[in-house]
Design a binder for this molecule. Structure first.
Ligand SMILES: Nc1ncnc2c1ncn2[C@@H]1O[C@H](COP(=O)(O)OP(=O)(O)OP(=O)(O)O)[C@@H](O)[C@H]1O
Ligand SMILES: [Mg+2]
Length: 295
């Protein structure tokens, strides 16, 4: 609760050790609020929460010792240098310098920031700060890593490298709890996920199950030009299982996309561009929340 507003109301899930679990949902859905309660940085006003068989509200420090937390907003110490940020953070966990100095070198390599080790954090680019926040979250070799939109602001290459690193952590047994707005990220990283909106769970399952349950096999994307999309949609009635009109395109949901596209042509409609693709998680979100995730 924030004041008398319930940001999260009835989000109920379990994550198995070693699993990679995703929370997806539009802006304001309650993802970060959930993550902050798990991390013990926000008190909850009701419900039950158990992290490694402990309630973070009662045993915050013990829980946090096993958690790696990457908040949505980087909260680095801008005055400190890059390496010092990692070392100082480790000091909060009571880790000795003899451990932290070699560990910080490993983590700088992990984040590809070796060349910036002595730089003030304030002088880093946004993506570099993000990578440093993630590296810092690993200083205590956490059993559970909480990642709130880990790759927002990273360039494509840095994202792919990070996915690879996270995958290796997962292989080594680390449990990942991730929020993201990127469907490719969810499909890459998450064994299982929940879709949340308005503080509640709308659907849950593996990416494949969610697509099977909430979308058709294929999707046809048509662009008629932004002012014509809404006019044309009436003439598409009955083509495919259902339509979705977005500002820039119309989506036709159909198991056989090519057949649907042929029917569009038979009706005398001539889109500027057309594309048949497989359904993705993006379609699931659009269906469940009525909103595109990347806005
Ligand atoms: N400190 C706060 N005080 C009051 N209301 C808050 C606070 N933090 C979040 N909220 C509200 O709680 C709701 C959920 O916010 P939350 O940050 O958990 O969403 P989110 O799913 O992480 O969204 P985003 O994708 O934008 O990060 C929103 O309606 C938000 O306005
Ligand atoms: Mg958030």
């Amino acid at each position: 609760m924030y004041g008398d507003f319930a940001a999260v109301d009835g989000i109920d899930f379990e994550v198995a050790p070693g699993e990679s679990f995703g929370l997806l949902g539009p802006n304001g859905a309650g993802k970060s609020t959930t993550m902050r309660m798990i991390g013990g940085t926000l008190d909850r006003t009701g419900g039950e929460l158990s992290v490694l068989d402990m309630d973070p509200a009662d045993r915050g420090p013990e829980v946090r010792a096993h958690l790696g937390v990457v908040p949505q907003q980087d909260n680095l110490d801008e005055e400190l240098r890059v390496r010092e940020n990692i070392v100082m953070y480790g000091r909060y966990f009571g880790l000795p310098r003899s451990y932290l100095l070699p560990r910080s070198e490993e983590l700088l390599a992990f984040a590809q920031l070796e060349a910036k080790a002595g730089e003030k954090v304030g002088n880093l680019s946004g993506g570099m700060k993000r990578r440093l926040t993630i590296a810092r979250g690993l200083v205590n070799e956490p059993k559970i890593l909480l990642l709130d939109e880990p790759t927002t602001g990273l360039d494509p290459q840095a994202r792919h490298i990070l996915w690879d690193r996270l995958f290796r952590l997962k292989e080594a047994g680390t449990t990942l709890v991730v929020t993201t707005h990127f469907m490719d990220e969810a499909e890459q990283l998450c064994d299982r996920l929940i879709v949340v909106d308005h503080g509640a769970i709308m659907a849950q399952g593996t990416p494949r199950e969610l697509i099977r349950e909430h979308s058709t096999r294929e999707v046809v994307e048509l662009r008629f030009g932004s002012d014509r999309n809404a006019q044309v949609v009436d003439q598409l009635e009955g083509v495919g299982a259902r339509n979705e009109v977005l500002p820039d395109r119309i989506l036709i949901y159909a198991d056989d996309g090519e057949a649907a596209l042929e029917e569009v042509g038979r009706r005398g409609l001539r889109p500027v561009t057309s594309l048949v693709r497989r359904s993705s998680l993006e379609d699931v979100f659009l269906r469940l929340t009525g909103r595109s995730l990347v806005d």
